[in-house]
Design a binder for this molecule. Sequence first.
Ligand code: BJW
Length: 243
Amino acid sequence: MALTKDWPPRRIVVLTGAGISKESGLDTFRDKDGLWSRVRLEDVATPEAFRRDPARVQAFYNARRQGLQDRAVQPNAAHRALARLQAAPRFETLLVTQNIDDLHERGGSTQVLHMHGELLKAECLACGGVHLWPGDLDTASLCPACAARGRLRPQVVWFGEMPLEMERIQAALAACDLFVSIGTSGNVYPAAGFVAEARAGGAHTVELNLEPSEGARLFREAHHGPASEIVPAYVESLLALAT
Ligand code: BJW
């Protein structure tokens, strides 16, 4: 139920996290069986870790890049529902994801803002070029643009680095009528602060997650359960408003 700005909403911001891809076969980070239960984030997800031991960091992302391209990993009903929402002309929907996978795109979304980067891309520390990179990276990989050797890194945002497209996201949060957060634990900033920014702008705020997140109390509405069930149901309720 909307308690705040324009309703039915016109401008929508959707934020997704690892939980939306869990049923597609990808790991979350902070669940009991998540990535951070098997590897210390300080060893693989900081610029310092990359400087200290680039081979280890490359191996961590090589394994995840291979996993993402396993045939069993496919978009699920939640990714596809968000693509339908984005395609509905009644709404202006900005889809922001913390995920580095490409499951939103494979689920039919054409405009996805990857604030923590993309696993299937590599960035050259020598020339700044960003390249599609479906294969492995190692400490001798050659940049296709400037030919520097060993300067390519996964195009992902590690702790202490600035997430991408923040100005655009913050402008959209200030202007939106509805903010929907899906499958994220609300532990990592600045994404964890988006709900407060949307609220400050007067938006209605909705959490769709397996369980209440860290910031659950900040949302005006919540639905808990597997993303593949609750996201399509919520999207259908929005699309019904548009008819
Ligand atoms: C389901 C489900 C199902 C399960 N259906 N749901 C002290 C205070 C405040 C901030 C800081 C601080 N000290 C340091 C900071 C900043 C730091 C930070 O936030 N640290 C915290 C740990 C405190 N942040 C940064 O450094 C960021 N940069 C930054 O702040 O720059 C300065 C700046 C300031 C202001 C404006 C702009 C910039 C960068 C953060 C980079 C995060 N990088 C990672 C790795 C990326 C590459 C990779 O994938 O390897 O991003 S860490 C990891 O966490 C990854 C994720 O995108 C991110 C968020 O995780 P997510 O998606 O929430 O996953 P989980 O596992 O936590 O949660 C999953 C949820 O799904 C759970 O709730 C489940 O219940 C649910 N779920 N199955 C529905 N089937």
